[in-house]
Design a protein around this ligand. Structure first.
Ligand code: GLU
Length: 478
């Protein structure tokens, strides 16, 4: 592979939404191409028409862009090896399969579904792994001709060499060898004329001059089959690097829908910033020493090397993600934060007060979607828990405090931070009320909560009328 340009690819199948693991993988392919001045290709692998979901191709492209990434060649952009969508390349796969048949490296198989099913059952009963028994491997040329002429249903299978050791190098694991006695005569072209994943992926990766295949560990068992195909065609192999996959946040099992959301889109919808997500993907499973945890895409591109990845799967550590998201939220300017948070505001949020409210809660936003929970007391009716209100005082004291506070605040002709603060502090000193008790009680009276932004700022934004109303509401309860 020396002197060859670095070309990487992501090859999603449009069978649904893109998984976060897919995006993490995409980032690595993207970064490796950019680092080496190469190209990153997006190819759509839509050869399994039964599993295809309508609209999935557009959504895959959109979510990649919403994460702030892009490709150099792909379905919509074209490029020197177009088309980049496999269903538009069927003739290419058929030609290549045909070529292998002609060279006696692949063969027609006419076995019926029923026969294969029966074979599988027998193997199951004998506790043998499922494997094609090579029934059609040595059919005479005349028989094959006759069956083809009669229009018999058929597939094309690879003639996997007997008792041969397939060897390839995985960048993370070193040399891997496997004897072909463990490999099936895999189907290359299905009876509907569509290629299987194995044939299409190898033909395309070769024709598109892909130099490095960085993909999820779940494909490592397919790699020997692919290597056999590269060898059958007489092609150079790309570099393979099978990357660790994400485990569920609890560290148990492959990250799956059963234990929470997994689609890349859903994390954006829950208020994680694309840049924080990318940063999270950068550091998960990266075993480089002295590595900074917070880094920009450019810094990552500069530093990334697939060989530094640990082959061990990693838990999708939500705590770390929350922490990173906070770091990124805190890096935004007020203007940027306002823009980003807009789509998470509930319908009853007072838009005209956004620039006043946001700075009061931005420190506490873990995700942008927290905005509603953190701010609802500003614009919704509150409920006051009487026990909280009376927590460190008694009924008479609290009633006296509320009445005195209301009376003093009512007199204010200008409603501003300095005036409110001065009034309440003087009141507290004058009566020698316990500071902690008094200010917490007022906080609960005007917000219904123990944890809020600073009290005087909060009251300033609430306004005189609402503040007085809430003090009166609390007085009725206590
Ligand atoms: N189409 C496969 C997928 O859906 C691509 C696997 C590979 O990268 O070879 O992930």
């Amino acid at each position: 592979m020396t002197n060859q340009a670095v070309r990487t690819r992501m090859a999603p199948s449009p069978t649904g939404e893109m998984h976060v693991g897919g995006l993490a993988m995409l980032l690595k392919n993207y970064a490796w191409a950019k680092k080496n001045g190469g190209q990153f290709v997006l190819r759509i692998e839509d050869t399994d028409k039964e599993r295809e979901v309508e609209g999935a191709i557009e959504e895959i492209m959109q979510v990649i862009r919403d994460y702030g990434l892009d490709w150099d060649e792909g379905p919509d952009k074209g490029g020197p090896f177009e088309p980049y969508i496999q269903s538009a390349r069927l003739a290419t796969y058929q030609e290549h399969a045909q070529q292998l048949v002609e060279q006696d490296k692949a063969y027609y198989c006419f076995c019926s579904k029923e026969r294969l099913e029966k074979l599988r059952e027998e193997q199951r009963a004998n506790h043998q792994p499922p494997k094609y028994d090579q029934h059609c491997r040595n059919l005479s040329a005349e028989k094959v001709e006759a069956k083809l002429a009669a229009g018999d249903n058929h597939v094309i299978r690879l003639k996997v060499p007997h008792d041969y050791t397939v060897t390839f190098t995985d960048l993370l694991r070193g040399e891997i060898s496997i004897n072909t006695s463990e490999i099936d005569d895999q189907v290359l072209v299905k009876s509907d004329g569509f290629p299987t994943y194995h044939l299409a992926v190898v033909v395309d990766d070769h024709l598109m001059e892909i130099s490095h295949i960085l993909r999820g560990e779940e494909w490592i068992s397919s790699a020997p089959k692919h290597v056999l195909l590269y060898e059958a065609f007489g092609w150079d192999k790309p570099v393979f690097a099978h990357m660790p996959i994400f485990l569920n946040p609890d560290g148990k099992g492959k990250m799956s829908k059963r234990k929470g959301t997994v689609s890349a889109r859903s994390f954006l919808e829950r208020g994680y910033l694309p840049a924080a997500m990318l940063n999270f993907f950068m550091i998960l499973g990266w075993a480089k020493e002295d590595q900074e945890e917070v880094m920009t895409l450019d810094e990552y591109i500069e530093a990334f090397d697939p060989a530094d990845m640990s082959p061990k799967s990693v838990a999708f550590d939500l705590q770390k993600l929350d922490w990173l998201n906070g770091v990124y939220i805190r890096q935004l300017t007020q203007d940027e934060l306002e823009k980003q948070v807009k789509q998470f505001l509930p319908a009853d949020f007072p838009q005209e007060k956004l620039s006043e409210i946001l700075p009061l809660v931005s420190e506490r936003l873990v995700t942008l979607a927290d905005i509603e929970e953190l701010t609802s007391f500003f614009y919704r009716e509150i409920e006051i828990d009487n026990d909280l209100l009376l927590a460190r005082g008694n009924r008479e004291l609290v009633a006296e405090q509320l009445a005195a506070t209301s009376a003093a605040l009512e007199k204010l002709t200008a409603w501003d931070l300095a005036g409110i603060e001065k009034t309440l502090r003087e009141l507290q000193e004058q009566h020698d009320w316990h500071k902690g008790q008094y200010f917490m009680m007022i906080r609960i009276a005007v917000t219904g909560r123990k944890a809020t932004p600073p009290l005087f700022e909060t009251m300033t934004v609430l306004g005189q009328e609402t503040t007085l109303q809430r003090l009166a509401q609390a007085a009725k309860m206590s």
